[in-house]
Design a protein around this ligand. Structure first.
Ligand code: NAD
Length: 510
């Protein structure tokens, strides 16, 4: 298949220049619809990471970026948002070529990336501290200061959008950044670097080093010049990152895997719950961290609900991701295709009842395609119930009452998102509040207000980003304690009465 999208040689972007890797290595990126090579990408390793960190360090320690007013930095972010919008169509097509995301969904993600830059440009200007008056004697207040150099490590599932989600608040705060994009989806990151370069940010403020986890990601995490790591990816990688960064005591934000439940009560709006469940697991090719990939259905409507899901799943349009009618495109990579189809085999062996999909679609002999797949009668002991598949595979099980629903919803190691469908408002809130998750949607599909915090509990991660919460990660909060008058200071070593010493001590901090 000819892609007809102009691709420049994807290089590293370090200290304001585009360059090859120091050792001259490259790696291939492929089109998931055909598994043909699209292009070679410059590969960075330890030496390139070191040069990029030094550039980001200089830009932070000596350059103008952290010293600008938030308003000035916001001007650059808005220019980046405008450039993303002006090039949105081409960027979406590039993303589709590199990831297999259906074009309509990729267009939505490209628009969201631009919104992220606009949004954080606004939030940084509104970011306020707190001030406390302590009697007549003191006034205390807080200020936000950028932490320093950030390593941003991203996955391949919605590359540009997830990169913007980290880069925008990082740069808005005054930090400088080294982005290490996923090796299976490098192309839009380099396009973004070009747009950021054109926006005229000072050299070294933003850098991109392509490469592999072990040879580019790991040296970035271990580098003593890096203060922060914001990572999105698999739970096992997150654990390795914490260990690897321990010696240099970094601050982490970890957005990890998920296996989010959709809890459907018999009094819900049946049709809307079906629509949302199907969209929630099969959009973004099922490669979605917040996918509602386990649906738990109340006994009374179980048979009808799984029948409706099966009917809809079998009609999900699988095909060429550049076709605007396509709903489900190819998975990112043959290795991932193998993993997902491996889980379909496991589901069969474990006794899941296959009601839809389960194989390569007719008429698509090449590329990493899998049909929209549904297993019914899945129970909490099965691997397909507990483990993240990260593909178009929905598993369904039944529950008897509210307590059983909550128990099953929480019976996995993950806790990223949850979805509850019921016509009983009180029960909706009770169940939503009982689910172990960072985010729960009640009678709603996954619509996210950018002002709200995003993140998971248990094996789904730590920390929250989004809205002003992102700045709690990228900024240090410094408290300034100001004496307004002549408060008492204990005079050790001076002749003084014991009760005066006591009064001074009671006001001191630890
Ligand atoms: P991954 O963990 O394999 O890779 C993610 C990134 O980490 C890549 O850039 C990779 O090169 C890098 N990496 C790998 N090993 C590393 C190491 N030792 N040190 C430093 N960096 C390393 O994840 P993936 O397969 O790219 O993405 C899929 C996963 O991401 C799924 O588990 C999904 O749930 C998760 N995800 C989570 C969220 C969220 O917000 N919670 C969002 C999207 C994806």
């Amino acid at each position: 298949m000819s892609h007809q999208i102009p691709i420049k040689e994807p290089l590293l972007y370090i200290d304001g220049t585009f360059r090859s890797g120091a050792e001259g290595h490259t790696f291939e990126t492929i089109n998931p619809a055909t598994n043909q090579v699209i292009t070679e990408v410059a590969e960075g390793r330890t030496e390139d990471i070191d040069v990029a960190v030094q550039a980001a360090r200089r830009a932070f320690d000596e350059g103008p970026w952290p010293r600008m007013t938030p308003r000035e930095r916001a001007g650059y972010l808005t220019a980046i948002a405008e450039a993303l919008e002006a090039n949105g169509h081409e960027i979406a097509r590039l993303e589709v070529l590199d990831t297999g995301l259906p074009i309509k969904q990729a267009q939505g993600q490209a628009a969201r990336a631009a919104q992220n830059f606009r949004f954080f440009a606004r939030v940084i200007q509104d970011l306020g501290g707190t001030a406390q008056r302590f009697g007549d004697e003191f006034l205390n207040y807080t200020i936000h200061k950028p932490v320093g150099v950030a390593g941003l490590i991203t996955p391949w599932n919605t590359p540009l959008m997830l990169e913007s989600w980290k880069i925008a608040p990082c740069l808005a705060s005054g930090c400088t950044a080294i982005l290490k994009p996923a090796e299976w989806s490098p192309l839009t990151a380099i396009r973004l670097a070009e747009l950021i370069d054109e926006a005229g940010l000072p050299p070294g403020v933003f850098n991109v080093v392509h490469g592999f986890g072990e040879t580019a990601g790991a040296p970035l995490v271990a580098h003593p010049g890096v203060n922060l790591i914001s990572f999105t990816g698999e739970t096992t990688t997150g654990k390795a990152i914490i260990k690897n960064g321990a010696d240099s005591l970094k601050r982490y934000s970890l957005e990890l895997g998920g296996k989010s439940p959709v809890v459907v009560f018999s009094d819900c709006d049946f049709d809307r719950a079906v629509d949302a469940t199907i969209f929630g697991v099969f959009s973004l090719n099922g490669e979605r961290c917040t996918a509602g990939s386990r649906v738990l259905i109340e006994d009374a409507i179980y048979d009808d609900f799984v029948t409706a899901l099966a009917e809809r799943a079998s009609r999900v349009r699988v095909g060429d991701p550049q076709d605007p009618d396509t709903e489900l495109g190819p998975l990112i990579h043959p290795e991932h295709h193998q993993r997902v189809t491996g889980y379909i085999d496991i589901g069969r062996r474990e006794g899941g009842r296959l009601l839809a999909g389960g194989k390569r679609p007719e008429g698509l002999p090449e590329g990493n395609y899998v049909e929209a797949t549904l297993f019914a009668d899945v129970t909490t002991d099965m691997r397909v119930f507990k483990e993240e598949i990260f593909g178009p595979v929905l598993v369904a099980g039944r529950f008897s009452d509210e307590a059983d629903a909550v128990h099953q919803a929480n019976a996995v190691p993950y806790g990223l998102a949850g979805y509850v469908w019921t016509g009983d408002a009180g029960r909706g809130h009770r169940v939503a509040q009982s689910i172990d998750a960072g985010m729960v949607w009640l009678n709603s599909q996954n619509v996210r207000d950018l002002r709200m915090p995003f993140g998971g509990v248990k094996s789904s991660g730590m920390g929250r980003e989004g809205g002003h919460y992102s700045f709690e990660f990228y900024c240090e909060l410094e408290t300034i304690h100001v004496a307004l008058g002549e408060h008492h200071i204990p005079r050790f070593g001076a002749p003084e009465s014991p009760d005066q010493v006591e009064k001074g001590m009671s006001q001191s901090s630890a």
